[in-house]
Write a protein that binds this ligand. Structure first.
Ligand code: 5AD
Ligand code: SF4
Length: 458
């Protein structure tokens, strides 16, 4: 701990994160922004001076969870004699703004995803009870420039935001409204962040963006020229000393260009995992979703990616029960899942979001039919996931050791295919790459035996 922060009384910070990896990253950056003010993480909201609820607006259920959590926080705030400050961040904050304070007056601050760097100033204003409690401007450039340049990684893996926002306007989705237009960071900024992380023991970076493969960041100053696409960025990051693994999420089929596909085959640091949401296997529904691709276009991309990297693990997102989805449309989704064969997939019932075009469409599907379809699809996906995991039994895989496992003497890590792996080994291996031999597989993880350390542990 640095001596400067010893001088100030520490204030407790509790951040609750809902939703996607972008929010996980944003929560880390909120922690970084607040550190110089003397805020340090605590284990429970009761112990906190400041509670930040980082919210997700993508489905109705996620939004309602936020209000029920705020109700509980209000009681804790009363019990603390009003000492606790409650801030609501993220996409619900962006979408609902002042409505949040109206529905839950115990909330002190509301800030959208582009306003985290303004949090210290907002807290100061709130403590003096002057000025605005609401900050929901869209200024992604300013946010990236204003966030602290160095980070405190939690272990050998880290997220790095390279792109934000979405211009795709899928008709079911709130993201283009809550996260704003597509914007990319410059390659120099990203590489500086990756170097800093690598110097602190990070071996694996996951490049993040709502449409990460739409990345078009300014090329490095020395190289000049046009913006770089994601494939070029990945190859460049692969040269940073200490970085052994690169992943990226989440992608759009329309932005899956040849160079990025080639990088899956020719860049050893590029991990064999691709999350490429398809949403539906029916061309009629894909069109109504405004996805800009057909089911066969998607199959073709998958075939090209598999050609570049035959062992790649494929992941996707599906929505069932989109307005107008017939039994035949749903069967086309099942068929696409059978054709591709996923290592892991996320599937959701369509949730109508006010303000999106799909909410106004005819032919909304009943909850009962949505439930039935979701169950059928998830049964198939579970079978595929279990089968994919079982294929690894008997293989020797490189695993990045991320921490201690549940039982004493056990370690936890990630395979190249992003599977959780549990095995016995000494704590000194945490943070390094090891080879393990896979001995067992279940739906959600692999068990393995340590074969050898690949390098001296750090
Ligand atoms: N209803 C259900 N699922 C949705 N998603 C996005 N919007 C909705 C919605 N209105 C899903 C998509 C997306 C994932 C992050 O969430 O599958 O890829
Ligand atoms: Fe939403 Fe579609 Fe953009 Fe993904 S691509 S964030 S689903 S609008």
């Amino acid at each position: 701990m640095n001596p400067a922060s010893d001088a100030k009384p520490l204030k407790g910070l509790f951040i609750r994160t809902y939703g996607c990896q972008m929010n996980v990253y944003d929560s880390e950056r909120i922690r970084d922004v607040l550190k110089p003010l003397g805020y340090a993480p605590v284990e429970s909201p009761e112990a906190a001076d400041l509670v930040v609820v980082n919210t997700c607006h993508i489905r109705e259920k996620a939004t309602e969870k936020v209000y029920s959590e705020l109700g509980q926080l209000k009681l804790m705030k009363q019990a603390s004699g009003g000492r606790m400050t409650i801030a609501v961040a993220g996409c619900v904050a962006q979408a609902e703004g002042a409505e949040i304070i109206r529905r839950q007056p115990a909330v002190d601050l509301v800030l959208g995803p582009q306003a985290y760097h303004k949090l210290p100033e907002m807290i100061a204003r709130a403590s003096r009870a002057v000025g605005d409690r609401l900050e929901t401007e869209f200024d992604t450039v300013e946010k990236f420039d204003a966030l602290p340049k160095t980070r405190d990684p939690d272990g050998p893996t880290a997220f790095v935001s390279v792109q934000e926002g979405c211009d795709k306007f899928c008709t079911f989705c709130v993201v283009p409204y809550t996260r704003g237009a597509e914007m990319s960071r410059s390659v120099d900024d990203i590489v500086a962040e990756v170097r800093d992380l690598a110097s602190k023991g990070v071996r694996e970076v996951t490049l993040l963006g709502q449409n990460v493969n739409a990345f078009h960041g300014a090329a490095p100053r020395l190289e000049g020229g046009n913006d770089w696409a994601l494939g070029q960025l990945v190859r460049h990051i692969a040269k940073v000393g200490g970085i052994e693994r690169i992943r990226y999420t989440t992608s759009h089929p329309r932005d899956m260009d040849d160079d990025l596909i080639a990088a899956h085959g020719d860049t050893p640091a590029m991990m064999p995992f691709l999350h490429l949401p398809v949403q539906s296997g029916s061309d009629r529904i894909l069109k109504s979703m405004n996805r800009g691709h057909t089911a066969d276009h998607y199959r073709d991309i998958i075939a090209r990616v598999r050609k570049a990297r035959p062992d790649i693990a494929l992941a996707t997102d599906f929505i069932v029960g989109f307005p107008g989805e017939s039994d035949a449309d749903f069967e086309a989704t099942m068929q696409l899942a059978r054709d591709v064969g996923y290592a892991i997939a996320y599937s959701f019932k369509y949730s109508s979001r006010p303000g999106t075009p799909a909410a106004e469409m005819h032919g909304h599907v009943s909850e009962a039919v949505k439930d039935e379809r979701l169950q059928a699809l998830q049964a198939l996906l579970r079978e595929q996931q279990t089968g994919f995991n079982a294929q690894q039994i008997g293989k020797t895989l490189p695993v990045l050791v991320t921490g201690k496992g549940r039982n004493p003497g056990q370690l936890h890590g990630r395979s190249p295919y992003l599977q959780a792996v549990h095995f016995e080994g000494p704590d000194a291996l945490i943070g390094s790459l090891v080879d393990v031999c896979v001995t067992g597989a279940s739906l959600n993880s692999l068990t393995a035996e340590l074969v050898r350390a690949r390098e001296p542990a750090q």
